[in-house]
Design a protein around this ligand. Structure first.
Ligand SMILES: [Zn+2]
Ligand SMILES: [Zn+2]
Length: 215
C-alpha cells in the first residue's frame, strides 16, 4: 500500500502508513443504530420500516457500514471505476467491523455478467468480499446471465423489471444462510432479485452486507 499511495492518505494526502489517515477514517459517514433491520434505511428506534412492512423484500436483513455520502462515495467510485483495487481492503475492513460472520454458511458477491467482467477486468464486490470472510466466499454458485440497462435515475418498478431473471444459481442452497456482498445499495432492486434467486435455490436466510447505503 505504501508503494501504491506513497505513504499519503488517499483522501487528504496527509502522511499515513495506512490507505487513509486516522482523522479521515474517524470522519467517515458511519451509519448509526437507528436503521431498518431489513433494508438499512433510517428508521426510528431501528424498527422495521413502512416500506418493508408493506412490501417485504426477498432478503431477510441488511447490514450497511457507511452512508453513500462524501467521502465514502468517492472511495466506492474509485474502486469501481478507476481501478483503485487497494481500496477493497479498506472497504472490506469497514464492512467487517459491522457484521457477524458466524451467522452465515456462505458468502457471495453480486456477480457481473462474463462480458461485463471481461470489460472491467474485476468485480468490485468480489474484491471487497475477499477482505470480509474469505473462508466462506463462493464465486461460482450465483451467476449473472444478463445485464440491465443503466439503472441510474430509473423508478423502482422499472429497476425491478430490468433485473428480473438476471441471476441464476448453479447449485442447491437448501437450508443455507447466505450473505450477499455489494459496494452500494440504492433502491435494493438488484439485491432483491439476487435474494429471490437464492431463495428459489433453497436458501433459508439471505442477508445483504453492503459497504454503503443511499438514504
Ligand atoms: Zn486523511
Ligand atoms: Zn426497511
Amino acid at each position: 500500500m505504501r508503494i501504491l499511495f506513497g505513504g499519503s492518505c488517499f483522501l487528504c494526502r496527509g502522511a499515513t502508513a495506512a490507505l487513509i489517515c486516522n482523522a479521515c477514517d474517524a470522519d467517515l459517514p458511519r451509519l448509526g443504530a437507528e436503521l431498518c433491520p431489513r433494508c438499512a434505511l433510517q428508521s426510528p428506534r431501528g424498527q422495521l420500516c413502512g416500506r418493508c412492512l408493506a412490501q417485504p423484500p426477498h432478503y431477510d436483513a441488511t447490514i450497511a457500514a457507511l452512508a453513500y455520502a462524501f467521502p465514502a462515495d468517492a472511495l466506492v467510485q474509485a474502486l469501481k471505476f478507476r481501478g483503485e483495487l487497494a481500496l477493497s481492503s479498506l472497504l472490506g475492513r469497514l464492512l467487517s467491523d459491522r457484521i457477524a460472520p458466524a451467522t452465515v454458511d456462505r458468502v457471495i458477491a453480486v456477480p457481473l455478467t462474463a462480458a461485463r467482467l471481461r470489460m472491467r477486468g474485476y468485480n468490485q464486490s468480489v474484491e471487497i468480499a475477499r477482505h470480509v470472510l474469505p473462508a466462506k466466499l463462493d464465486l461460482d454458485s450465483c451467476v449473472r446471465t444478463r445485464d440491465a440497462p443503466p439503472q441510474m435515475g430509473l423508478p423502482l418498478e422499472e429497476r425491478r423489471r430490468n433485473v428480473r431473471g438476471a441471476f441464476e444459481c448453479t447449485r442447491s442452497l437448501v437450508g443455507e444462510r447466505v450473505a450477499v456482498v455489494d459496494d452500494v445499495m440504492t433502491t435494493g432492486a438488484t439485491l432483491d432479485e439476487v435474494a429471490h434467486t437464492l431463495k428459489r435455490a433453497g436458501a433459508a436466510y439471505v442477508v445483504n452486507w453492503v459497504v454503503t447505503r443511499t438514504a
